[in-house]
Design a protein. Structure first.
Length: 199
């Protein structure tokens, strides 16, 4: 059995692609929105040390990677183990050493990696301008604006991706996703005003 045939076989048994897409969108959106909030807060606070921002952002990326992979693995493994045991009770036989069990194990790892790698890569993409700024290729203010633009582009990409999946109007779907970024910006700006206002 070729790799493609094996993947198709595992997909037929587990439906892993649908779950991987769901975690990909959810965790990527969470990761980008979280980093957007951190960057906007840093910008409003006047933080200009690119190395510090790279360290904070990379740390957040590492945390969301571990959280995405491990949290998803634990959740998926528990759900699939329960489903397998329920099936075993109905069939009155063990399925531990069967192709079904093999497919379930593969799907758990596949979905877990998707849940962790996608947001990590998105966060690193957003941080690229600050890597350039830390190397003195661009100034910090330019890095902020480029990173904000990267966040907006990722929000639009996720909206379009979801619009294609649901066969909805792509522009409306992208606008919905982008709107969340503006809501986040408004909240953080409000917090900044409140915390810097004289008592």
């Amino acid at each position: 059995m070729s790799f493609k045939e094996k993947m198709d076989y595992y997909e037929d048994i587990t439906g892993m692609s649908k779950l991987a897409r769901r975690y990909f969108v959810t965790n990527t959106f969470d990761g980008v929105l979280m980093l957007f909030g951190v960057l906007l807060g840093s910008f409003l606070a006047g933080l200009t040390d690119s190395q510090v921002i790279v360290t904070m952002g990379s740390g957040a990326g590492a945390a969301i990677f571990v959280s995405g992979v491990w949290g998803t693995y634990l959740a998926e493994a528990a759900e699939r183990t329960k489903a397998r045991k329920d099936l075993e009770r109905k069939m009155l036989r063990s399925l531990k050493e069967t192709k079904i069990s093999e497919a379930e194990r593969f799907a758990t790892i596949y979905v877990s990696l998707s849940a962790g790698i996608a947001p990590l890569l998105s966060i690193l993409f957003v941080l690229l301008p600050f890597f350039a700024s830390a190397s003195s290729l661009i100034d910090t203010v330019t890095a902020y604006y480029l990173s904000f633009l990267s966040c907006m582009l990722l929000f639009i990409f996720l909206g379009v991706f979801l619009g294609k999946l649901s066969k909805e109007n792509l522009a409306i779907s992208a606008a919905k996703s982008l709107f969340v970024g503006f809501i986040c910006a408004a909240i953080i700006y409000g917090i900044s005003v409140l915390t810097t206002a004289p008592l």
